[in-house]
Design a protein around this ligand. Sequence first.
Ligand code: GLN
Length: 482
Amino acid sequence: MHNKTITELAQSLRANDISSVELTQIYFDRIKQYGSLNSYITVTEKQALADAHAADKRLKAGNAPILTGIPLAQKDIFCTEGIKTSCGSKMLDNFIAPYNATVIEKFNAAGAVMLGKLNMDEFAMGSSNETSFYGHVQNPWDNNTVAGGSSGGSAAAVAARLAVATTGTDTGGSIRQPASFCGITGLKPTYGRVSRYGMIAYASSLDQGGTMTRSAEDSAILLQVMAGFDEKDSTSANKIVPDYSKNLNQSLKGLKIGLPKEFFSEDLNVDIAATLLAAIDEYKKLGAEIKEISMPMLKYAIPAYYVIASAECSANLSRFDGVRYGYRCDNPEDLNDLYTRSRGEAFGAEVKRRILMGTYALSAGYYDAYYIKAQKTRRLIAEDFKKTLNEVDVLMGPVTPSTAFGIGEKTNDPIQMYLADIYTIAINLAGLPAMSIPTGFIDKKPVGLQIIGNYFEEAQLLNVAHQYQQVTDWHQQIPKGY
Ligand code: GLN
C-alpha cells in the first residue's frame, strides 16, 4: 500500500480495498519503524485517526475530493491549530499555534489526514537540516549523508514512504535541493501562488510554500489544493488556478528548452553534467528543441541573496523577544536581560549569524552599500530571466553542485554550505516557479534535474516533468530497506 500514488490510493479507498483508518495506521507503523531517520518532529496519531475516521465516512457518502483520507505530513513551519509548531527551533519548542495556516485549512477542507509535523532547519535557514534544534535528518539513500535542507524531513519522509506526500517551503532552494538529494519530485511555485499566511516567515519576499512528492502527477494534485488567492496574504496572487492534472498530457513537440551556459560551466561536477545531458537527450526524443543561452547575472545570485535574506530575517525574527510567545529565559533581571537572554539561549548559531549579518547590512551607513546594491542586483537577475524566458519555454540545469554530502561535512564552513544553493537561489530572487525531478544516480545517490518556467506557468512545468516521468522510472526507485 505504501508504494501507491495519490491517484492509486484514492481508487483503493473508493473500491473499499482499504479504509483511511487502516492506511493511516500503516503509515504510523512505518514512522515508528524508521524513527532513526528523524524526519518527524511531532506525530499527531490521535488527531490523524479521528480525521481518517471522518474521511472514511465522507468517502462512503460519495463525492469526496481526491485527497480525502490520504495521509500527508506538513513541514513544521506551517502553523497548525492546537499542535506544536516549532519551525525547528528551541525558540518555538513550547509553541502551540492558536490558528491554522491557510495551506493547512485547505488540506483540512480537502479531507486530507495529517500524520504530523516534519523536521527542518531552524527557521528554514540551512541546506542540510543540520541546524534543526531536533537534530539532523538521515537521507534514506545513505544514512551517513544529509537529507538536504531546509525541508529535509519533508524530503526524507516521501523517499522513505513515511507519508504519501508532504509540503515544503523554498526561500533559496529548500524544496528543490532536498528533493534532489532524496530522489523525489519537488515543486517551488511562483512567488505569490501559494498563501504565506501562517507560514512562519524567514525572508518574506522570497519564501514560497510548495510540494514534495514522488511524481509530478502527485504534485499537480497537491498544488491544486494549495494554490490560490488569499486575502490574508497581501502578496498572494489574485490569478485563476488552472486544472493542473488535466494539463498533464500535452505533447512536448516543439518545446523550447534553454540551457544557460553558466549552469553548465566547467565548475559543474562531470558526473552530474553527464546525468543531466542524458535527461536532456530524453527530452530531445520527446520532440523538444534545445537552445544554449547565456545569463551573465547568475553569478551574483549568492551574494545578493545572502544580503537580502539576512536583512529580511533580522526584521522578521525580532518578534521572538521572550515576551509574546516562545521561549523565555529564567529569572530575567530587567527587560533588556529578558530580551537578550531569551534570544541568546533559544536561537541557534546559524540563526544568530544571519540576524547579525542582516542587522549590519541594514544599518545606517551600510544600507546603500549592501542592501540597496543587493536589491539592484536582484532586479538585474530577474531581467536576465525575463529576457531568456521570452526566447524559450523552460530552462534546465542542475539543482545542486554535488549529490548528498556527509553529515557534518560542511557544518564548520558556512560559505561551503551557502554554495550548496548556487543553482537554486537565483530563481527565488526572480520569483519564478521551478522543479527538481529525479534523473539518475551517482554512486547510488540520487541526482535531480532542475526545470524553471515562466511566472505562473506551473501547469506547463508539471507537464514537462510528467512527460519525462512517463518514459523513465527514476522517480519510482525506492531506497533499499524501505
Ligand atoms: N539554504 C538557503 C538558506 O539557508 C535556502 C533556505 C531555504 O530555501 N529556506 O537560506
